[in-house]
Design a protein around this ligand. Structure first.
Ligand code: HEC
Ligand code: HEC
Length: 190
């Protein structure tokens, strides 16, 4: 390798280690914190948690998986209804399973010190069926998640040709309906 090529390769490595412009831009596009929501488990629903809580920025807590579960898809200018108490069940390539529940913002996450799965991952949901105490329904993602621990890396916004859309329990509102978000939940519509 010529010395000039070596210098170029070294500078590219350096750039990758210290800042990735494409990732920085994706993070900037997420915008500022919602002033009505404290920074913590309820914040930034629907966003790709690991852009900030992953290996790159390593905001505390560092996560291996994180996302938000909604009831059913809505139009492009509407906010989908988050669902609390959904069990998110993940199985890694060794067959090891880890489950975690969603909070009132629909958010869930797995801290790196709780579970460090070997990708690809299988994901499924068990959501509480509205109006049927103790009864749950299962929704399975048929393909595998190859390496992105942020569900919203793919599941963002309304479904369209390029995206499966938000992670949702059902395809439309059901009967009896999914309950409204708890008014006491940080960020809930008042
Ligand atoms: C744009 C960057 C960004 C995104 C996206 C993001 N967070 Fe955070 N989060 C932060 C920062 C910054 C903190 C504060 C870290 C600290 O206190 O050192 C934080 C803190 C937290 C905390 C810790 C609160 C505490 O008291 O220790 C939790 C839990 C959390 N976020 C969950 C999530 C979840 C779940 C998602 C995805 C739905 C998410 N975050 C998306 C930047 C982000
Ligand atoms: C690499 C992109 C990608 C990531 C990351 C991803 N998904 Fe998916 N997901 C898809 C695609 C594409 C589909 C539709 C096809 C299928 O079912 O596999 C889907 C479907 C699903 C379904 C089934 C939806 C239905 O109505 O049948 C569930 C549930 C789901 N995903 C949950 C999750 C969860 C939870 C996460 C995060 C832990 C996640 N997904 C991360 C791409 C992704």
């Amino acid at each position: 390798m010529k010395a000039s090529h070596f210098a170029l390769a070294a500078s590219l490595l350096f750039a990758a280690g210290c800042g990735n412009r494409a990732v920085d831009e994706r993070i900037a596009l997420l915008g500022d914190e919602d002033p009505n929501v404290p920074v913590g488990e309820f914040h930034r629903p629907g966003q790709p948690c690991l852009l900030c809580h992953g290996e790159y920025l390593q905001e505390t807590p560092v996560m291996t998986v994180g996302g938000t579960v909604y009831a059913f898809p809505v139009g492009p200018n509407e906010t989908p209804l988050p669902v609390k108490g959904v069990k998110v069940i993940m199985t890694d390539s060794f067959g090891e399973t880890f489950s975690v529940g969603t909070n009132c913002a629909g958010n869930f996450f797995v801290r790196e010190d709780q579970w460090k799965p070997a990708f690809p991952l299988r994901a499924e949901l068990e959501y509480p069926v509205p109006g049927a105490e103790g009864s749950t329904k299962r929704v399975v993602m048929s393909t595998r998640i190859s390496r992105d621990g942020s569900c919203a890396g793919c599941h963002a916004g309304p479904p369209n040709q390029g995206s499966p859309g938000w992670v949702t329990c059902a395809e439309t509102q059901i009967d009896p309906p999914f309950p409204p978000q708890e008014a006491s939940c940080p960020g809930a519509k008042k």
